[in-house]
Design a protein around this ligand. Structure first.
Ligand code: GLU
Length: 467
């Protein structure tokens, strides 16, 4: 049983799914899920020149990755053109639309003249009452309302009033026979029984035109909710110069979908000062009343913070799957238990999966590459005898666990009357090549005894060779 509430996401396939589009999709998805309704996906591909199959695929992939599943579709608008044409014809028959043969050049000249004399450019109605028929190059225009106002009752912005005289006689069918956006969107939303149109507020000026079309066609008018823009830190509309705007670029940079979803929802929606939300929690809490009226500012630092939170919290198995594309072949075919342990070591200290993959390099290498300065400072002849003894001790250590290794090292330094730090950094360099890494006991457990022994031997050889 559904509640009859239906939302839709209606991207034009002219590029990848960007952050703003993903947030629109998410709000529609959450609204539908919260109300036990349905979420429809419609690809608005009537712009034949700019739409590509590749973009459609990219958009579907990104939505799937984010977990925004749709109940219906994808519908392809271009396959519905016959329907749109029928509706255009209906309006022509009812004298609510007419053919116009003004050329683009004529219209441009009139536009320039209007601007030059300080008037607002607007179609002057040249063809409105000429009762023209279809001809090469003709378009179809909607006969706009004369006088009066159209009120958009927006669920986020409140009532917005538009003077009908300011709205043009809208082109509804282009000369190539394809419907324009404002026309096709009304037909499709109406016939698909969309109850709530939630979209970016860059469309708010289109809405009164669409309402007039709903009225002319005798369709029920859906509810509208226009979500404020997303801005960059400089308060300009979010664009590439503020960093990556493509959803899939974030996947490639090692973000988890949960982090991005959590981040996107907070671009405009809030629930007190809570920052971390699971998806079921969002479905439960989401409402349009809690969407803010002012634009949201994109903050990459916060996204990174959320990502490290989700990386830390995730089950190693989830990270393991998500990371497959990031590892080299050798790691993908390595013992999966070992890879999972490496992941678990690095989860608490990685902001992205790419960072995790980079930090993991030393675990998988056959021969540790020492950072030059680290080796010079810590792999010195003075340490050789300690390393020999540690190697022997660890070889015969039965309890090769974190606790076992810790107590072995404690005893070792006590017996030798040295401080732990005398051997800790040399061991770290021997095992990882670096001076910064997860705890050496953790690293040893993950590497396992035989790798540890071999690495300590390699370090001894290195010292002996006098490097
Ligand atoms: N295809 C339009 C766009 O991508 C849809 C706008 C709408 O949601 O009505 O901007």
């Amino acid at each position: 049983m559904t509640t009859g509430i239906r939302t839709r996401f209606a991207p034009s396939p002219t590029g990848f799914l960007h952050v703003g589009g993903a947030r629109t999709a998410l709000f529609n998805w959450l609204f539908a899920r919260h109300h036990g309704g349905e979420f429809v996906l419609r690809i608005e591909d009537t712009d034949q020149e700019r739409s590509t199959d590749e973009s459609t695929r990219a958009i579907l992939d990104a939505m799937t990755w984010l977990g925004l599943n749709w109940d219906e579709g994808p519908h392809f608008q271009a396959q519905r053109v016959d329907l749109h044409r029928q509706m255009v014809q209906k309006l022509i028959d009812e004298n609510k639309a007419y053919f116009c043969i003004c050329t683009p050049e004529e219209l441009e000249a009139k536009r320039k003249q209007a601007l030059a004399t300080g008037r607002k450019p607007k179609y002057d109605g040249t063809c409105r009452d000429k009762k023209l028929s279809k001809s090469a190059g003709s378009v179809v225009r909607f006969r706009g309302a004369q006088g009066g106002v159209t009120i958009v009752e927006d669920l986020i912005k409140g009532n917005i009033s538009f003077n009908n005289d300011e709205l043009d006689d809208l082109v509804i069918e282009r000369s190539d026979g394809y419907p324009t956006y404002n026309f096709a969107v009304v037909i499709d939303d109406a016939l698909m029984k969309i109850t709530h149109v939630i979209r970016g507020d860059d469309h708010v000026n289109n809405t009164p035109r669409q309402i007039l079309l709903y009225q002319a066609l005798g369709f029920a008018i859906p509810k509208f909710a226009h979500v404020p823009m997303i801005l960059g830190a400089d308060k300009a509309r979010l664009s590439k110069r503020h960093g990556a705007t493509s959803v899939m670029a974030y996947k490639e940079m090692g973000f988890l979908p949960e982090a991005l979803v959590n981040y996107l929802v907070r671009l405009g929606w809030s629930h007190g000062d809570q920052e971390i939300f699971s998806l079921p929690e969002l479905v439960n809490l989401f409402s349009l009343e809690s969407v803010g009226k002012s634009p949201a500012v994109f903050n990459p630092e916060k996204l990174l913070w959320l990502n490290s939170h989700y990386i830390k919290e995730a089950k190693p198995d989830i990270i393991y799957e998500e990371m497959r594309p990031l590892w080299p072949q050798s790691v993908n075919s390595a013992d999966s238990d070992f890879v999972r342990k490496v992941i678990a070591d690095l989860q608490p200290r990685s902001k992205t999966l790419v960072e995790l993959a980079t930090a993991a390099g030393f675990y998988f290498t056959q021969k540790v590459q020492y950072e030059e300065e680290a080796a010079q400072k810590f792999l010195t002849p003075g340490i050789a005898s300690h390393l020999t003894a540690i190697e022997a001790g660890l070889s015969s250590l039965e309890n090769f666990s974190k606790e076992g290794i810790e107590s072995f090292l404690q005893m070792f330094v006590q017996e030798r009357e040295i401080k732990l730090k005398v051997i800790a950094q040399p061991l770290r360099v021997a095992l990882t090549g670096k001076t910064v890494s997860p705890g050496i006991d953790e690293v040893m457990v993950t590497l396992g005894k035989s790798r540890v022994i071999r690495r300590i031997q390699d370090a001894q050889d290195y010292i002996e060779a006098g490097n």
